[in-house]
Ligand binder design. Structure first.
Ligand SMILES: C[S@@+](CC[C@H](N)C(=O)[O-])C[C@H]1O[C@@H](n2cnc3c(N)ncnc32)[C@H](O)[C@@H]1O
Length: 200
């Protein structure tokens, strides 16, 4: 990262990733999120730091992305874009708001939950993936573990507000949106979490 680069954190939440960027370099951060509660916490955090004019926090949906073309050097987003049912229009907008050679950095869970919820083949595929999650919860035991299993079932089997796709599919969407180069990396400590970097 270079000083004064312009970064947008899409689905910034309470600012975890945005603040990591600022630790790395004196950049300009725009954080957008559709939840005012999340942004209130982020705003409170920034008040305790001395970062005048470095952070702009905005209530905005990732599907809207109302910024001028060529506005950012980096568009970053972690565990947010799987919430969008229709992802391609946002990927296109991300490509549009990036500067030439700008980077789109996506961190998310690598699981394809698309398909019909009543399709037994899909269910089997998801259960293969979820059994490790469920086993972990069972080891912990108790109501917290049960609630995590229930939560995971709702999210991934019933796609309740979450529409995960594989990184193979993310990559295809990036190429379709005319990104020139796309790489995907796994993280050693997180089996299901991947990072994609796409260059405009
Ligand atoms: C799991 S949190 C991740 C927050 C942050 N990126 C991080 O890594 O700590 C997901 C965030 O996405 C936001 N979000 C969900 N759907 C969104 C949308 N359509 N547009 C913008 N933000 C959205 C939520 O409000 C929440 O803050």
């Amino acid at each position: 990262m270079k000083k004064d680069q312009k970064v947008i954190d899409v689905g910034c939440g309470t600012g975890f990733l945005s603040l990591k960027f600022l630790e790395k370099a004196e950049c300009f951060i725009t954080g957008i999120d559709s939840s005012s509660e999340m942004l209130t916490i982020f705003t409170e955090k920034t008040k305790k730091l001395s970062l005048p004019n470095r952070i702009c926090i905005k209530l905005e949906d990732a599907e809207s992305l109302q910024f001028k073309p060529n506005s950012f050097d980096i568009v970053a987003s972690t565990v947010t874009l799987h919430h969008l049912k229709n992802k391609y229009p946002t990927i296109k907008k991300i490509h549009n708001i990036l500067n030439p050679k700008g980077k789109f950095v996506l961190g998310d869970i690598d699981i394809d939950t698309t398909g019909n919820t009543s399709d037994p083949k899909r269910m089997l595929k998801l259960l293969k993936w979820l059994k490790e999650e469920f086993a972990l919860a069972l080891t912990e035991g108790g109501t917290k573990a049960f609630s995590r299993m229930y939560d995971n079932g709702k999210k991934y089997i019933l796609t309740d507000g979450e529409y995960c796709i594989s990184f193979k599919q993310w990559k295809e969407l990036c190429f379709k949106a005319k990104f020139s180069k796309v790489t995907v990396k796994s993280l050693a400590d997180f089996k299901w979490f991947k990072v994609l970097v796409a260059i405009k």
